[in-house]
Design a protein around this ligand. Structure first.
Ligand SMILES: [Zn+2]
Length: 327
């Protein structure tokens, strides 16, 4: 089955939804989020396109584990995520190679869908930054310790400069923004690094079981970007929120697809069929989410699961054979 024919249908759904203002930006920005995902992990179900790795079982014996992987790009809307496209990660290649193909195709097919792409540490990749820049898009990537030169420079500068301090709900933020030159050869241009130290206070049962106590959880984040970041506190707050929208792909796309839509189930184990089923699934989820957010009049339906169950019940109670749908 032609993957591009299915992708064409999803593009039509996107265009219709965007024109009808059914999709909303996230904190004022149109953001694409990209990440890789593993599926069909098994010790015995395999095909000629499976990736494989060696593992030790409980008895210490070495055995192969077979799996497929794909990269996905979603649009992070304020109330749900719209899955734009997916691309397989082929045996012998890494996530960045597949992501490059995906981004190249998506920039051509969805030229104005987003102006910014966010990814994890793997996306701090000069080739990907330059590809997106060529399509007038900015990139944000998580900066991890492995990128020693840039990471150490940002850490050093944070010790010398005063952070912007603010509070939102139960979390207080200390945020630095640095412009760094000459620490990333693969890109060759200045980059901005945003450092955010986030302290969240949570109320928990006290250890003696008689009352409550407040505990503080600290998390530290660093992102590298070619996005212009204004030093105004409002802009910086917004940028930190935008950087955190990377979690949408895990929570709203991969997790939801697995928990509610049975995305892990393999209907047919072949390289083409796996991607075909996933493309159909994400297309159905896109339509479902738009319908739920924009069209649902029945206030008694409060959860997604409830709506899914009702749709399923209606579908199962239809007269068989199903009447043909006129197009
Ligand atoms: Zn396989």
């Amino acid at each position: 089955m032609s993957l591009d024919d299915i992708r064409e249908v999803n593009l039509k759904i996107y265009k219709k939804a965007r024109m009808a203002k059914m999709l909303t930006s996230y904190h004022g920005r149109w953001i694409g989020v990209i990440d890789g995902k593993e599926i069909t992990t098994s010790s015995y179900c395999k095909c000629s396109h499976c990736k494989k790795r060696k593992l030790r079982d409980k008895e210490g014996k070495l055995k192969y584990q077979y799996y497929h992987q794909f990269t996905a790009l979603i649009l992070a809307c304020s109330d749900f995520s719209f899955t734009i496209d997916i691309e397989p990660i082929l045996p012998g290649e890494g996530e960045q190679t597949s992501a490059y193909r995906l981004l190249k195709r998506v920039c051509k097919n969805y030229p104005k869908a987003f102006s910014l792409v966010i990814g994890d540490g793997l996306y701090l990749n000069g080739k990907i930054f330059k590809l997106l820049e060529g399509h007038h898009k900015k990139t944000i990537a998580v900066l991890k310790e492995e990128r020693r030169q840039l990471f150490e420079e940002a850490s050093k500068l944070s010790l010398l400069a005063k952070p912007k301090v603010y509070r939102e709900g139960a979390t207080s933020y200390r945020v630095w923004e640095h412009t760094i030159s000459g620490c990333w050869d693969g890109y060759g241009k200045d980059v901005r690094v945003i450092v955010s130290e986030e302290t969240t206070t949570r109320r928990v049962h006290s250890k003696d079981g008689k009352g409550w106590e407040d505990i503080e959880e600290v998390s530290n984040w660093m992102w590298a970007t070619n996005l212009e970041v204004s030093s105004s506190i409002g802009d910086l707050k917004n940028t930190v929120k935008v950087c955190h929208s990377r979690w949408h792909i895990e929570n709203r796309c991969f997790k939801e697809a697995a928990d509610m839509w049975n995305a892990e189930h393999i209907y047919r184990h072949s390289a083409n069929a796996i991607i075909v089923f996933l493309l159909f699934l994400f297309m159905a989820v896109n339509i479902f989410n738009i319908f739920r957010i924009r069209n649902l009049k029945d206030k008694k339906i409060r959860t997604k699961l409830n709506l899914i169950m009702r749709l399923k019940a209606d579908f199962l109670s239809l007269a068989r054979p199903l009447p043909p749908i006129t197009i």
